[in-house]
Design a protein around this ligand. Sequence first.
Ligand code: 5GP
Ligand code: MN
Length: 325
Amino acid sequence: MRIDNSLVAAFEAQLAQASRILIGTHLNPDGDALGSALGLAEFLEQRGKHVEVLCHHSAPRNLKWLPNVDRVQQEPSGEGYDLGIIVDLDSIERLGNVGPYFETLPTLTVIDHHVPHQAPGDVRIIDVTAAATALILTHLVQQMGGTLTASMSTCFYTGIVTDTGSFRFRNTSPDALSTSAILLENGADLETASQRIFQSKQLSSARLLGHALETMKLDMDERLAWSCLSFRDFEWAKATDEDTEGFVNELLSIDTVQVAAILREAKPGKIRVSIRSRAGFDVAAVAREFGGGGHKNAAGCTFETDLTDAEVQIVEGMRRCLASS
Ligand code: 5GP
Ligand code: MN
């Protein structure tokens, strides 16, 4: 992959005008969100910029080891910022509470790989074929002549390994693999990333997963699977929403299942839904029906209703998706 030279030039021009930069990423940040934001922050510091990284939430437990993760803030430390860069998200809303800090900046860059459904940003470096935002950023740093330090390489590698599900998902392109090789050559810490992201499940999470699998529901010749986790289930397992990371993939790993969802009421009155699908089924379209979004095979949305109501609506959406593809 090569980023269009005119886009790189436009980004360079923005940087030339900027000395104080805010980087933002989405709420409930994952490895690509934080890896991208932190790696980019270090690159911009190489360029002599003052950089702050903002996120609605602080790093989840499985990412607390990321290099420079302590610099993730919930608000800017001062004033007078001249450029905002938002990474790994397609709408200002997904910035949560840090959104307003970006809305008032003179210029905004978006670097992302989601299907855009809103179009903020004066410069938009968007590639929906890229496996991860961190993959786009690695190329950007290389094309701009930056140095990939070991800590930047660890951050970007974390983005790629997260969004490709350890190089198993269909988005695992030759570019994702060859760029990961370059990141390893530059000192990316594969072992810590693998351990902390994929091998450090908490007991509460294992218990809740057991419950989710036991109460799983199936429909349409077992091609559709879903499971609901109520607030009481979370209390019983002493679990948080963070503990449900990856559950939906367990449902999708069943051989007959083509479309799967996990609905979770980690806090009363707010239902988060994660939807996943195989090849031809577009679940981003399902999520968008309910005000969410994402990728063709991995999407999500939020309901502010009760669990049963959310279940009826999302299952209906998934049935339509399965029937129409
Ligand atoms: P997850 O299920 O892991 O929370 O999200 C899967 C994908 O869907 C991610 O790429 C995420 O950005 C996207 N996504 C999840 N929830 C929402 C949402 O409420 N709105 C939008 N636009 N995208 C979402
Ligand atoms: Mn991503």
